[in-house]
Design a protein around this ligand. Structure first.
Ligand code: TYD
Length: 219
């Protein structure tokens, strides 16, 4: 069975590092893995990403923003995620529909019901088997991002601290609603976060009937 695992978190929560580590552990365990991200992951999605995140696009309508994130998502679902799952691969995605609820819903205060319909349309109802939410104080995350070597500063990060606090609260509310969520304390060091994630993924593999090599248990 192919698993669909998403990573969520506020800015600077260390998602990209953990995705790479999990991909490595899964591959070591004999799984075929596709790693992708939102917004982006396809040629069309990357073009939309440039429009979405350009710091100079200060005039962007909030509804246009929500639709563009979901346009990129629809392209990614059709072009990358569904085909990979159909090939039996485990798919790891950096952000997915929950980001729209957290950022556009809680952050921008757009109404949740229409957003959920748009996400449903974009994803055709595809829901992650597991969502790993890397949680940390937004001030710590923004500071990590400012001083780090990751992607350039973008339009979303220009937002106020209150915006990012609402995003975090959105994630915590979402995580309380469904068993597919695992909240991970992202202030721990990289190895500790990795261990918590691997434990949960290993359990999921076992309960999903996926056979994997014990080699990865030593990671
Ligand atoms: P990115 O540089 O990929 O940030 P990160 O490493 O934190 O994922 O930028 C993506 C930004 O877009 C990030 O601030 C979250 C935001 N976003 C939304 O507002 N809505 C969405 O649906 C998605 C997927 C991302």
């Amino acid at each position: 069975m192919a698993l669909f695992i998403t990573f969520e978190g506020p800015e600077g929560s260390g998602k990209s590092t953990q995705i790479q580590l999990l991909a490595g552990a899964l591959r070591q365990a004999g799984q075929a893995v596709t790693v992708t991200r939102e917004p982006g992951g396809t040629r069309i999605g990357n073009a939309v990403r440039t429009i979405l995140l350009a710091p100079e696009h200060t005039e962007m309508s909030q509804r246009a923003e929500a639709l563009l994130f979901n346009a990129a998502r629809a392209q990614l679902v059709d072009q990358v995620i569904k085909p990979a799952l159909a090939r039996g691969e485990t798919v790891l995605c950096d952000r997915f529909g929950d980001s729209t609820v957290a950022y556009q819903g809680y952050g921008r205060k757009q109404p949740l019901a229409p957003l959920e319909q748009i996400i449903q349309f974009a994803t055709t109802g595809l829901t992650p088997d597991l969502t790993l939410y890397l949680d940390l104080d937004v001030r710590v995350g923004l500071e990590r991002k400012r001083t780090g070597v990751g992607d350039a500063w973008n339009r979303m990060e220009e937002e106020t601290l209150a915006f990012h606090e609402r995003v975090r609260q959105g994630y915590l509310d979402l995580a309380a609603t469904a068993p597919r969520w695992l909240v991970v304390d992202a202030t721990q060091d990289v190895a500790a976060v990795q261990a918590v994630i691997w434990l949960r993924v290993r359990t999921l593999l076992a309960t999903s009937g996926v056979t994997y090599s014990e080699v990865a248990d030593r990671t």
